[in-house]
Design a protein around this ligand. Structure first.
Ligand SMILES: [Zn+2]
Length: 319
């Protein structure tokens, strides 16, 4: 039997550890949620315990695994396997996560950013299969991305390449990003921006037909609520989707101008807005790119689903 890969998807709400086959199928996995609020040392212990539990419940030994790939929700220094910053977990500032896990195993361990892991999953097994250059953008609460150039993940000098969420798309937008700057793509067009957009459009006089609870405040606005609005043809929800899509269209255009890729894959929670959203993104992109497109460029939805980060983290061992 070909050796299995072990993936770890360390997220802000869930921690999954899985055994993954080399063709990207999940052999077995464990998911916990009680790591939230724990410190780095406790989370490392939890990861090690989960990996050992998976190995033993599948009657395997460590030597049946090719290695362990960890996806982390924040900045990572790829070379030395340190986590640098994260807004999703406590601590992890300049923390040697790769080494802390590797000390307990005899097999290789690697650490990368979670969006890079998802991007690699889409490239290897999903919508990017067959392409040698793929840009992946995940649009959820925040915005992350991964860049695959000529069959290799491009990480930059530190490992933080592809932070398209912090590229500035509207410096007049007075909504502050998590990084402190104004007008980042993330401040304009992801889950974090929705309360602000809802308030702004209400103040502009756009009426909502969504039934709002008595205790409604803007912090309640999320992607699912706007999805419900889209289903009932709510003008305010539709205006928000259009504005978000236009900013993503600008980001896609910027990516196109910098990298000229044949394929841009869009994933993450807000793609639940479906064809209305995707069509508007493509429209904005084509308006900006006009007659500068000389070869086909496709903008498609991700297909790998909720386990892309887990499968991708494992698959990075194949890179
Ligand atoms: Zn930013």
């Amino acid at each position: 039997m070909e050796k299995l890969l072990c993936g770890v998807d360390l997220g802000g709400t869930k921690l999954s550890v899985g055994l993954i086959s080399v063709d990207g199928r999940i052999h077995d996995k464990l998911t916990v949620y009680d790591h939230v609020g724990k410190n780095e040392i406790m989370i490392v212990d939890q990861i090690i315990r989960l990996i050992k539990q998976l190995i033993s419940q599948n009657e395997l030994s460590e030597s049946d695994l090719r290695g362990i790939g960890i996806g982390f929700p924040g900045h990572v220094r790829y070379k030395d396997g340190h986590t640098l910053t994260t807004s999703n977990l406590k601590g992890f500032k300049n923390f040697p996560l790769r080494q802390a896990v590797a000390e307990h195993f005899m097999i290789p361990v690697l650490l990368d950013n979670d969006a890079n892991a998802q991007a690699f999953c889409e490239y290897k097994f999903g919508a990017g299969k067959g392409y040698d250059t793929v840009i992946f953008l995940t649009i959820s609460t925040g915005i992350g991305a991964g860049i695959i150039l000529n069959n290799k993940l491009y990480r930059g000098i530190t490992g933080t390449a592809g932070e398209f969420g912090h590229t500035i798309v509207n410096s007049d937008n007075n909504q502050i990003c998590t990084c402190g700057n104004e007008g980042c793509l993330m401040a304009c067009a992801c889950g974090l921006a929705l309360p602000y957009l809802f308030k702004k459009k209400t103040e502009q006089g756009i009426i909502t037909t969504l039934p709002l609870p008595d205790d409604f405040n803007y912090s309640h606005v999320d992607g699912k609520m706007i999805m419900k609005g889209l289903e009932i043809d709510d003008p305010l929800s539709k205006a928000i989707i259009q504005e978000c899509a236009d900013y993503i269209g600008i980001a896609v255009y910027n990516i196109f101008q910098i990298l000229n890729p044949p394929l841009i894959i869009l994933g993450g929670g807000l793609t639940c807005w479906g064809e209305t959203y995707l069509t508007r993104i493509r429209k904005k992109f084509h308006e900006l790119a006009r007659d500068m497109i000389f070869d086909k460029i496709e903008i498609v939805e991700a297909v790998a689903g909720g386990d892309a980060g887990l499968i991708g983290a494992a698959a990075l061992l194949l890179e």
